[in-house]
Design a binder for this molecule. Structure first.
Ligand SMILES: [Zn+2]
Length: 200
């Protein structure tokens, strides 16, 4: 029952995206040398690749978008794409380079960095990308929570709790990925995975 309801809900979310996501899916290879994200919205230049982004990185991001879209977990990206502000996407150099920088409005993603939430349970880089997109959307909308560190709190900050509980966990459930209810933990660490939508 819940599954069906979710499916319908996802369908409604995606209806507003029109065929642009679909054309991205179909034409992923031909679009990657340009800016695949641009094609999610006809007049959208709101989510852009940073200068110097390689064709491989562009393709990896397109694969993540396709994966999130298929799992009905791409609403945050769609909303970000409709914003007037431009948010940039940049490839991280190391597995730990995975964050959103509000000063430069840049999401930094390492396309092979999966987050191990507990031993053997690894989230895909795509889910990590969605998490950072959640921070970016909160920032540009002005709905981000406080980023002041809370000593001893498993979420570290109110903003991490907001993104994990309202964006990451619901998406992880839809995508059948491991779920976490904390931002840090003794077993949490970045693991190199085979592809941008792989969990090992
Ligand atoms: Zn975060």
């Amino acid at each position: 029952m819940a599954g069906k309801q979710e499916q319908n809900h996802g369908g409604n979310e995606l209806a507003t995206l029109g065929g642009v996501f679909n054309s991205l899916n179909i034409n992923v290879y031909s679009y990657t040398h340009q800016n695949p994200l641009k094609y999610m919205d006809p007049d959208g230049r709101k989510l852009e690749f940073a200068k110097g982004s390689t064709p491989q990185f562009r393709q990896q991001i397109a694969q993540m978008v396709q994966y999130l879209n298929k799992g009905h977990a791409s609403a945050v990206l769609a909303e970000l794409q409709k914003r007037p502000e431009t948010v940039y996407l940049k490839e991280g150099a190391t597995l730990q380079d995975f964050y959103y920088d509000p000063n430069s409005k840049t999401i930094v993603v390492h396309p092979r960095s999966g987050l191990q939430v507990s031993p053997g349970k690894v989230q895909t880089p795509a889910l990590g990308f969605l998490h950072e997109a959640g921070h970016a959307l909160g920032d540009v909308k002005g709905t981000a929570a406080s980023t002041a560190p809370i000593p001893g709190d498993p979420y570290d900050t109110k903003e991490e709790k907001r993104v994990i509980e309202t964006i990451e966990v619901p998406a992880a459930k839809k995508l059948h990925e491991p779920i976490r209810h904390a931002h840090h933990g003794p077993e949490m660490e970045e693991k190199e995975v085979k592809c941008s939508t792989c969990d090992k």
